[in-house]
Write a protein that binds this ligand. Structure first.
Ligand code: SF4
Length: 235
């Protein structure tokens, strides 16, 4: 597994951005997240060692743009270079998330065709309104590998009608002292939708404020993922 962050910075875009970890981390370091800055390591996947081999080892999953949204507006002039890099490194598999899926079509490279084999696009949703806006767009896009990320999940969401060509649905709560509550019933409900459509399901993290059987719990950040794993409901 590798990480490739060709730029950093993002603007809040929808309800799910309220406690964005990038904004929180930058605020602690006095960095203005709203400034979108190209990284020195922009071309990390094609950097080579003295012996001519790529520094980034072949066969890995590469998490792309985890310090921004890959489709953020200010990066339009840089993104085509990134697609060219992904094409050159067809021996790696790239995965990025976006809350701006409606921008995808205008951002696609000319040779995208029906999608690159080595790219997974994850469309992020947080509530029913965003699901009903983003997922019909997502389902029509030519993308070979599609995931839906429902994190932070802010309410019960029905996405069953949009699951036909989706490989995996990731669900998680919000992490923050003031986080909005995650109800375990909503998690189980979306899991049932995935089961019916035979779509992989991954309960990635609990919420700081987590409700189960009507009782609300507060969970420390370091246990959010391990507590979700303990539920053993992934498939
Ligand atoms: S779109 Fe993503 S990266 Fe940008 S502010 Fe929202 S949560 Fe953060």
């Amino acid at each position: 597994m590798a990480v490739w962050n060709p730029w950093r910075g993002c603007h809040r875009y929808s309800e799910g951005c309220k406690y964005c970890y990038i904004h929180k981390g930058d605020a602690k370091r006095g960095v203005d997240t709203n400034q979108i800055v190209r990284a020195e390591n922009f071309d990390a996947p094609i950097q080579k060692k003295k012996n001519g081999e790529y520094k980034m080892k072949s066969g890995q999953l590469v998490f792309l743009c985890f310090t921004s949204d890959f489709l953020v507006e200010e990066a339009d002039e840089w993104r085509k270079e990134c697609f060219a890099i992904m094409k050159e490194r067809s021996d790696l598999h790239f995965l990025f998330l976006t809350k701006r899926i409606e921008r995808f079509e205008a951002c696609m490279p000319d040779d995208w065709g029906d999608g690159y084999d080595n790219v997974t696009v994850s469309c992020t949703i947080e509530n029913q309104e965003r699901a009903d806006f983003r997922l019909p767009i997502f389902s029509k896009l030519p993308i070979k590998h599609k995931n839906i990320v429902c994190q932070p999940m802010l309410e019960r969401i029905n996405i069953e009608q949009y699951l036909d060509d989706v490989e995996c649905v990731v669900v998680g709560g919000e992490s923050d002292r003031n986080a909005r509550v995650l109800d375990y019933d909503w998690v189980l409900d979306i899991r049932e939708q995935c089961k019916r459509k035979q779509t992989h399901f991954d309960f990635r993290q609990c919420g700081t404020h987590f409700r189960k059987d009507g009782t609300e719990y507060t969970i420390a950040t370091r246990y959010l993922c391990s507590q979700a794993r303990k539920a053993e409901i992934n498939f």
